[in-house]
Design a binder for this molecule. Sequence first.
Ligand code: DAH
Length: 332
Amino acid sequence: MELDLEKHLAEAAASIEDAADLDALSEVDTALLGKKSAVTAAKRGLGDLEPDQRREMGGRLNEARATIEGLVASRRTELEAAARVVRLEAERMDLTEADRGRRLGHRHVVTQTWDRLEDLFVGMGYTVAEGPEIEDEWHNFGALNFPLGHPARDMYDTLYVDYGEPQSTLLRTHTSPVQIRVMEAGEPPFYSIMPGRVFRSDTADATHMPVFHQLEALVVDRDITFGDLAGTLEAFTTAYFGEGFTTRLRPSYFPFTEPSAEFDVQRPDGSWLELGGCGMVHPEVLRAGGLDPEEWSGFAFGFGLDRLALMRHGIDDLRELFRNDHRFLSQF
Ligand code: DAH
């Protein structure tokens, strides 16, 4: 059978070009140049030809074979280059994974805020105290001058723990109970901060979380005045936020302080942000802590740590702090 070399070469070139990957190309290669290929068959048939014809046809077949080999080789180079790109892409991802394993992490933005505040207050001579997250109703409410049935207890959406008498054990709704624990555990004077986790039965939204963090401060000494409270808040605000930030106090009500106030921070652009509550420690609270209000006086304040972190970094959704999305947290 006579092989139409022109036509065969054109078809060969097309099928080589169509080979989409290296496996397909090696199949095409076998079909075009292998033992069962048309070129090999034609070569086998050369023996039947006259010597002149054999030489001529043999030469053309060798040329055709070389052409096909050249086309296969250049297509292979192309496909290998493409495969390398794919492989490099895959390996690049692998390397990123390996690198991520080795990279040192850093503290959560709330922990950073917490640590900075501790440093700041320790620098002003305060100690850091802690109390339990599961509290009894006395420390969370009673000792803080919220008698049983006092309407102010409703200000807190309390999560009770099914332990002991009904409503006797709870997840602390604020860090203020640690004030009582500090007074019970030591002798005045006290200059303490009490950072910690608190719990309320709130639905998560941009400004509320059922679990969040507060920082409480308690100072008890002789002749402590409201001026000391105002000055301390001012000093803390400037130290934490920087020059140009100031505070103001607005009259408010808390059962455990008298007088009570809320304190706001003014940004350099003049806008105000509500930060927390404060006041002079109520005589009943000093008594609950085992102190004589005739001899000792003090101030206290408390604010949300998470809120402070949001303000400082211009984050607008509290939930971001708890989502633990690495891409978000790695910014801080
Ligand atoms: N415990 C209060 C709350 O969670 C905040 C607070 C207000 C703390 C006044 C204080 C204070 O120490 O004096 O809403």
